[in-house]
Each structure stands twice: as C-alpha cells, then as structure tokens.
Design a protein around this ligand. Structure first.
Ligand SMILES: Cc1ncc(COP(=O)(O)O)c(C=O)c1O
Length: 446
C-alpha cells in the first residue's frame, strides 16, 4: 500500500538513477514505435497517485489515457479479479459460454443510450472494438463506404487506422489501408478547416458532407456508417458545437447510414455522463468502448442495436475477448461508478476544474482555449492568441517540467494538454494540479 498523500512527492529529480537504468534497458528491447511522453517508470499505483521506481509520487492527471476511471487499483476491482481467478481463468468465447459475459451484458445494457434491444461483442482493446463495428456495418448494410473525421483517432489496426487521421506519422508507409473511407473536417471551431466562424458558418462542416461528399464523391446509399468521436480525443480534446452531432445523426437517419459512436476515450463517465454522446441526446446505432471499461485490464466491446448485429456464425470471433477475469473487473467498475456517484463527481469536479482553468487562462496568454465536459478537459496552447500559432514546443516543455514537479500530464493534438484524471478526483487535487501547471507556465513563458 502506498502512503496516504495529499500532494505529489519528489524525492529525486526524475528520471532518477533507477528509472534511468530501466529506460536504458527498455531502449534496447522494446519497439521504437512507442512514443513515451515522460520518463516515468511506474511501479506502484493507488487512486490518483503513481509512484515511480525511485520513490517519487505523481498526481495522475492522465490516468493511463483515460483508463483508471474508478481510481488506480480500486479495492473492489482487485477483489473481483482475485475472486474470479480463484474460480475460472479462461475457456474461450467462441467455443463455450461463461457467466461474467452475460452478467456484464445485462448490467451494461440499461446504460446504453437507446431503448431497443442490444447485443454485445467482446474485444480486447479499443482498436478491436472499432474493427468489430466496421465489419458489422459492412455486414449489416452490405455497403462499402464510410465517412470519418479529420483529427479522429480510432486505433492502429488496419481497419481502424483507415479512419485515424491525427498525424501522418501514424499512417506513413501503411497504405493501402482499408479502401472506401472518406474523411471530412470535424467541427473544430477553434481552428475551422473551412476558415469559418461559428455560428455564422451555419455548420458548413455538415453541409460539406451532404452537398459535397454525398453529391460529388459517394452516393449516401453506398455509405455503411459514419464513425465519430463525440469529443475528439487524441485529436485535441475537441468539443463540437451543439448542432453538430444531432445534424450528423439526421444525415445518417435520412440515408440508412449507421451512426457509429466511438466512446473508447469519452465513455464510462469521463464526461459526467455514461457516454459523451448523451450530452447531445444522441442515440447511436453502434457504440465502441474500451479503455476505462475494466479500469486497466485489457478489454473492449462493441455494442449494437440488436437488429443491426444480425451477422451469422463465424462472421466475427476472437479467442480472448470477454475473458472472465477482465469482465469481472468490468462488472466491478459499473458497480463502483454507481456506488461512489462517479458521474456526479466528474460533473462537479469537472465544473470546478473548468472554472479554475478559465481563471488561469485570464492570467496567461499562452492558453488559447480551454474546453471539455466533466473530467475530459483540453487546454490548447498558442504562441499568440490572435494568430493562434500552435505552441507545440511550449506544450511539451510544460509536460516535462510538470513531470519534474510531480504532475503527470498528457498531450493531445499538436499543441493541447489533455486532462483525464481518475473520476475520483477532488477539488483539492485540482488546486494542487493547477498550482503546479501555473508555476510551470510562468517558467515556460519566461
Ligand atoms: C477514441 C479512440 N478510439 C479508439 C482507440 C484505440 O484504442 P486502443 O489503443 O485500445 O486500441 C483510442 C485510443 O486512444 C481512442 O482514443
């Protein structure tokens, strides 16, 4: 057990000597494709805290990319996993049945934002949940094409990667990807691809889909699905204006296109609602989920309307999906979220965080925009508020310096910080985090 802390504790400037040794060994053994944000060698975790191998303790404002939503190593998740391990480890879900899979489905379905019947497919990650949705959309509609969004991140397997457009480095040398995906600008009003301004634009990002893509590039009758993040995650924590997602849903309904909602990052209470799409009253046809689903154990799922998940045996299967151990953790996560009122906490503390950040923005020119819902909050950094030149180098310096002071921050998009702490965060943690961030900003501004 880690000692009880109220603030980070730095005992040696990180990376300390032991961390350096591990990083040296790691650099010779692991794939260089992993881009490490900070030289953290985490060895112990608890709630909102991560301890490194040299004894430094950090306040975790990223929680492993929006994963440990109920707090690191929640005792009830640990207990559920231990209990399951003592009973049954694995039998495989293509050939046999297990209890946790059906128990989880029955607990999750009432939380899915549409009234009709649902079906679930268990995967092991976010990218696999998306892969399932892509295949299902093709199978169900017998259509070939998709629409995705520029700046979207949906994973790195070939199907999901066909939609991922956060940066060229994720796609370089991997073509040909899955054919048939048209990309269109997301409603990123702070940096509109069409150089328009909201609301005078009349939501041209929607108009472009109907008037340009669907008239000149692909007939809507050939589009199987539109894949969208309700709030773009890796792209920069971008919250669309209120009309965007409902407008998209209308386009789908008009043309028999499936609305595929990627909630891999924004789901499980992250935004103060179970699913981010609920902020706009969206009832998707398919939802992809992972990350926080089992609080750090590898799991993903694709939930679809029962009438959409109509494929036949062998169309899609896997070996480890819905493994009883990870699903037992996922069951505990749902129970903890309810018992501890984590949606309410994310809303309350998220509002406090937003207010504090707006005040910080008033004091520091480098902050061009703050945006978010609940505890999914982005801070976009600019060299100049008028020209909005991205402050990428400064963003990276802020992350580095905050790390040295005991605060774990993640980047998103070219010049944003993403705040995605455990949903157990308190106002006291927010104060501490902002105090560190402000100290660091002052240093970087100098
Ligand atoms: C919205 C979204 N979809 C899909 C993925 C892919 O998830 P995974 O890394 O588990 O494959 C991510 C990962 O960051 C994501 O943010």
């Amino acid at each position: 057990m880690m000692e009880r802390l109220t603030e980070p504790k730095i005992v040696v400037t990180p990376p300390g000597p032991r961390a350096k040794g591990i990083i040296e060994r790691d650099s010779k053994a692991l794939s260089q494709s992993l881009t490490r944000t900070s030289p953290l060698v985490g060895v112990e975790t608890e709630d909102v805290w991560v301890k490194d191998i040299d004894g430094n303790v950090y306040l975790d404002m990223g929680c492993g990319i929006a994963v440990t939503n109920v707090g690191h190593r929640h005792p009830e998740v640990i207990a559920a996993v231990k209990k399951q391990l003592d009973i049954c480890d694995h039998v495989n879900s293509c050939d046999y049945y297990t209890l946790p899979q059906i128990e989880y489905a029955e607990k999750l379905f009432p939380l899915i934002p549409w009234k009709g019947q649902k079906r679930i497919f268990y995967a092991n990650s976010g990218t696999e949940a998306v892969e399932c949705a892509i295949k299902l959309a093709k199978w169900h509609t017998k259509r070939y094409y998709f629409i995705g969004f520029i700046g979207g991140f949906h994973g790195r397997t070939m199907g999901a990667l066909s939609f991922t457009t956060t940066s060229t480095s994720a796609r370089k040398y991997f073509d040909p990807l899955m054919p048939g995906v048209y990309h269109t600008p997301y409603a990123y009003c702070y940096r509109c691809s069409f150089k328009q301004s909201y609301p005078d634009c009349g939501l041209w990002c929607l108009g472009f889909i109907e008037d340009v893509i669907m008239k000149k590039m692909v007939s809507p009758q050939e589009v199987a699905g539109i894949l969208v993040e309700s709030i773009q995650g890796a792209g920069g924590y971008i919250v669309p204006p209120n009309e965007f997602l409902p407008g998209l849903k209308k386009i789908c309904e008009k043309n028999g296109i499936l609305y595929i909602d990627d909630e891999v990052q924004s789901g499980f209470g992250r935004t103060g609602k179970m699913w981010a799409c609920e902020h706009w009253g969206i009832e998707p046809d398919v939802i992809c989920m992972s990350k926080a689903i089992a609080n750090g154990l590898p799991m993903g799922a694709c939930v679809a309307r029962a009438e959409v998940m109509d494929w036949e045996g062998n169309a899609h299967e896997n070996t480890l999906g819905g493994n009883p151990i990870v699903v037992s953790a996922a069951i505990a996560v749902l129970e903890i979220m309810k018992k501890q009122g984590l949606l309410e906490n994310a809303t309350r503390v998220g509002k406090y965080l937003m207010k504090t950040l707006k005040e910080l923005m008033a004091r520091h020119e480098i902050i061009g925009d703050v945006r978010g819902k609940g505890l999914m909050v982005g801070i976009e950094l600019v060299k100049d508020r008028k020209t909005k030149v991205p402050a990428t180098k400064e963003r990276d310096e802020i992350i580095d310096e905050a790390f040295k002071r005991g605060l774990l921050l993640l980047g998103a998009g070219p010049c944003s910080l993403r705040l995605a702490p455990p949903l157990t965060l308190t106002e006291g943690h927010v104060d501490k985090a902002i105090e560190i961030v402000e100290g660091v900003i002052k240093k970087v501004e100098r």
